[in-house]
Design a protein around this ligand. Structure first.
Ligand code: FAD
Length: 867
């Protein structure tokens, strides 16, 4: 065993071996994997080995597609078979709602380049004869599904990595991790200490314990999972003989089961409602190549439905039941990336589908470690997406909820109840008392909308407009016509101060920093000129020689942004950064009467002349010391008022009291998001994400290329000079009873006209495949110049003169203008074409006409905001 290497990967499951292989492939060959026992000694050895590309997050789906396509390359390099069976698979729907879900997934596939197809139950039966098709209404076929040999695949990664020079050390538990002052890690093992620059936690079932070695409690939990193997089934053998093919894989949502052929019988697994965590607090170190006791009673309800749906399986004898544990994060996606607050400590854990995701996880993490950036939009699996609120007990409740809902439909207006309420503001009881329907915003209870007195404050979950529609409309109209108030405690808030504060922000942000008492809006870019943040920044004015700036941003990105800020903080201590979280809360008032309302609450002159649009002041409001921004995401005249939580009840009561004469209304987050639509305002993580350039995102006026050499300036200047390929657009949609939710394809009637490259940029330097389907190594590609080169991802699915040219990022009903609206991306050449009849957006399988609206439909000159 070497005593010093560049990076140590802890854990020899499929994920650790994939990370090792990808690091070596990216050029870091001085790397070592340390395994406690033998390879596959965690959950990897007893996996069912199924793989598929479908994932609720299109970016994760893309990395899953990469994983599946990688196996061929892996077999060639390692000389080790992965035991691939690329059978294809079908998801079967038993109800119209489930069919809507499949239509949505299929529509998403149209711009992801996935070759899915909607098919009939009889067509599924023709490929999986054991089922009774009468139980189903339809299905979605995906040719890129199958199963493999879990152990062979893990060893293939390991062998391929070793061929590239990586070292693997077996039977050597890591017992301790310490870090020297210069950042060097000491990986203490039973057989000695290895010093290295980087440590990667791929501890799988023990990833929590490895995290604890550096004081981090990672939000993951292992669950027991069962699948059964049947004896030989004559119908299966007959099918194989008569067709010359293996049976396909089938996922049955109603039965909560997945099934496929295994030898001459079938394998059938369940995600049962009565699920059970395994080792909820500590994973025993002596757990090895062993299985858990099967519990047939627990899966009996799923089996009952399953046997009804697949009578051909019921008749077969059960040969073996496998029960094994594997880990999940609270939302079921992996935890990948650098851990905020530590240097060079990386995670690749909670990978619940290692054989679908392991390759993509390895690629993204190795890009991140080697190039400083994952090269893709990996937000959906970034370890930074969970805050401090994701404690052991939170994780336990959420993982159980997620596991038991694995085959349930998640509706776009559905808030999940487990582990709630967690964080509440002082107004929580007041809001609930006012019939607020509350939602979870990065662990904080936030009012979504207000149900009228006498009705139950509850969403009727649906893909279509629901019971909140009328009430959100009322909240919007009351605000736009007089004044409304809402709680905005969920925004992220930071203070940056110190003598170096301005220079620090100038280096990070694309816009000029404001003068004292003024506010700017500014994106933040990474080195590749992609959007990694969108902030409101106020200059609080100097104090004791220090510059002081307040920053507001996306709530969900707090750890993500802190990680970036900390990475770029000067080492000389000239800049301090403080994240407030819920130690600072806020209320927003908006609407034409908001100025008159604020005037009643303060002794400061807040006339338009004295307190201008985009001004910032520290002032007393309703008797409480507050910070006030003259700005509003509603696009109306409005103010954001920030205070310590101890004052929130007072300020709210004063606002409501003083607002009575104006008929003040409470409005929730959904009304706020509706109002931003009619102003064409984008949202972070929907329209603005790390896959788009600032000009593509329509942020042109906030990019000051001439100001100084900020991070990403060169790439942004290039995008500006060459002109963006894509543009964010706002559209009015002729929708009937359902609005867009995001990820719908945009069709255009363009005939054969070429409008340039219209690929969805899932990444830059993302996996590229050569003509034979082999991956072009990351080292041979330039992350700054390339979009996703997967040929299958090129849009352009045709239907006569119509082609899929873009995708929706978000939308909904804009209540004040009374129109259904969508935002999304289309080729730049089409982005200003307002002609009707040019576009259609596919909503729940139906194509609705849509028209680009270059100017916002409400107050295009922005006169309302300026007052
Ligand atoms: C019954 C069952 C069926 C499944 N079916 C599928 C399926 O069909 N498809 C699919 O994609 N996935 C499936 N999975 C999930 C799949 O097994 C996991 O996603 C995958 O194994 C995760 O791999 P990993 O490398 O993250 O973790 P693990 O396999 O748990 O590997 C972690 C490794 O780290 C080592 N380690 C931990 N701590 C230390 C330390 N301190 N020092 C040294 N070494 C250490 C362990 O010994 C272990 O070998 C299934 C799982 C189960 C249980």
């Amino acid at each position: 065993m070497k005593s010093h290497v560049k990076a140590v990967v802890i854990g020899g499951g499929v994920v650790g071996c994939s990370v090792l292989y990808h690091l070596a492939r990216a050029g870091w060959t001085d790397v070592m994997l340390i395994e406690r026992s033998e390879l596959t000694s965690g959950s990897s050895w007893h996996a069912a080995g199924g793989f598929h590309t479908l994932n609720g997050d299109p970016n994760v789906a893309k990395l899953q597609a990469y994983t599946v396509q990688l196996y061929k390359e892996l077999e060639e390099i390692s000389g080790q078979s992965c035991g691939l069976h690329l059978t294809g698979g079908a998801m079967v729907a038993d109800s119209p709602e489930r069919m809507d879900f499949l239509r949505l997934a299929h529509a998403k596939g149209r711009y992801l380049g996935m070759d899915t197809e909607l098919i009939t139950p009889s067509e599924v039966k023709a490929m999986f004869p054991l089922m009774d098709e009468k139980n189903f209404v339809g299905a979605m076929w995906d040719p890129v599904e199958g199963h493999l040999d879990p152990s062979g695949t893990t060893h293939a990664y390991a062998k391929a990595a070793q061929k590239l020079g990586a070292e693997i050390v077996l039977r050597n538990p890591v017992t301790e991790l310490t870090q020297d002052a210069d950042g060097t890690w000491n990986v203490v093992t039973v057989n000695g200490t290895v010093r290295c620059e980087h440590v990667v936690n791929c501890g799988g079932l023990w990833a929590r314990e490895v995290g604890r070695m550096v004081g981090v409690e990672l939000p993951l939990l292992a669950m027991e999972h069962m699948y059964l193997l049947t004896e030989d089934i004559p119908e299966v053998m007959e099918f194989n003989k008569s067709t010359g093919r293996e049976m396909i894989g089938v996922m049955d949502f109603k039965g909560e089961i997945y099934t496929r052929q295994e030898r001459n019988g079938v394998l059938l697994g369940t995600y049962e409602k009565a699920c059970k965590p395994w080792s909820p607090v500590n994973t025993p170190w002596d757990f090895g190549h062993e299985l858990l006791q099967p519990d047939i009673d627990r899966i009996a309800p799923s089996l009952e439905v399953g046997f009804r749906h697949f009578p051909g399986i019921e008749k077969a004898g059960i040969k073996q039941i496998i029960n094994g544990p594997f880990t999940f994060a609270p939302d079921g996606n992996p935890l990948v990336g650098p851990v905020q607050g530590l240097t060079n400590f990386w995670c690749a854990c909670a990978v619940m589908a290692g054989f679908s995701q392991g390759g993509g996880v390895g690629l993204a993490l190795s890009n991140w470690m080697v190039n400083g950036d994952p090269g893709f939009d990996v937000w959906g699996m970034d370890v930074a997406r969970f805050g401090e609120w994701a404690t052991l007990r939170y994780t336990n409740a959420k993982v159980r909820e997620n596991y038991s809902r694995r085959f349930s439909i998640r509706f776009p207006n559905e808030e999940l109840p487990a582990a709630r309420p967690a964080q509440t503001t002082p107004l929580y009881d007041t809001m609930v008392g006012q019939n607020a329907v509350m939602g979870d915003s990065w662990g904080l209870e936030t009012p979504l909308w207000f149900a009228p007195k006498g009705t139950e404050p509850k969403d009727i979950v649906s893909y279509r407009r629901s019971n909140d529609f009328e009430h959100i409309g009322n909240e919007v109209r009351a605000t736009r016509e007089s004044v409304g108030v809402t709680e905005i405690a969920n925004f992220a808030k930071y203070e940056v101060s110190g003598p170096g504060a301005r220079a620090f922000l100038d280096q990070l942000m694309t816009n000029r920093m404001p003068k004292a008492g003024r506010i700017v809006l500014t994106p933040m870019l990474n080195e590749f000129g992609k959007l990694i943040g969108d902030f409101t920044i106020a200059n609080m004015g100097p104090k004791s020689g220090d510059d002081r700036f307040m920053i507001w941003g996306s709530s969900a990105a707090q750890k993500y942004h802190m990680r970036w800020f900390e990475k770029h903080l000067p080492k000389d201590g000239s800049v301090r950064i403080h994240r407030f979280d819920q130690t600072l809360v806020g209320l927003a008032i908006a609407g034409p009467k908001s100025q008159a309302l604020l005037a009643k609450l303060t002794d400061v002159d807040v006339s338009t002349k004295a307190f201008r649009f985009m001004d910032f002041r520290e002032m007393a409001v309703g008797g409480a010391p507050c910070m006030v921004n003259r700005i509003s995401y509603t696009g109306d005249l409005g103010y954001e008022i920030w205070m310590q939580p101890a004052y929130e009840r007072l300020v709210y009561a004063e606002i409501k009291d003083a607002g009575e004469e104006f008929g003040i209304a409470d409005f929730g987050m959904r009304a706020l998001l509706s109002m931003r639509l009619e102003k064409n305002f984008p949202t972070w993580f929907r329209e603005l994400r790390p896959i788009y350039g600032p000009y593509e995102g329509g942020m042109d006026r906030f990019i000051k290329l001439e100001k100084n050499d900020f991070i990403g300036r060169e790439a942004a200047a290039k995008e500006h000079a060459e002109g963006p390929k894509l543009r964010r657009v706002s559209m009015i949609v002729d929708a009937l009873d359902a609005d867009v939710m995001g990820d719908e394809p945009i069709w255009a009637k363009v005939g054969d006209t070429d409008h340039g490259t219209v690929e969805k940029p899932h990444g830059y330097g993302a996996p590229r495949f050569d003509a034979s389907g082999a991956v072009i190594p990351a080292g041979n590609r330039s992350p700054s110049t390339e979009t996703d080169g997967d040929a299958s991802a090129v849009l352009g699915i045709r239907d006569g003169d119509w082609r899929v040219v873009g995708w929706v990022t978000s939308g909904g009903f804009a209540h004040y203008v009374g129109k259904s609206m969508a935002q999304g991306y289309v080729p730049a050449a089409l982005a200003e074409d307002e002609s009707s009849g040019l576009f259609e957006i596919e909503i729940l399988g139906k194509r609705c006409t849509a028209r680009i609206n270059v100017e916002p439909p409400l107050d295009p000159a922005g006169e309302k905001m300026r007052g």
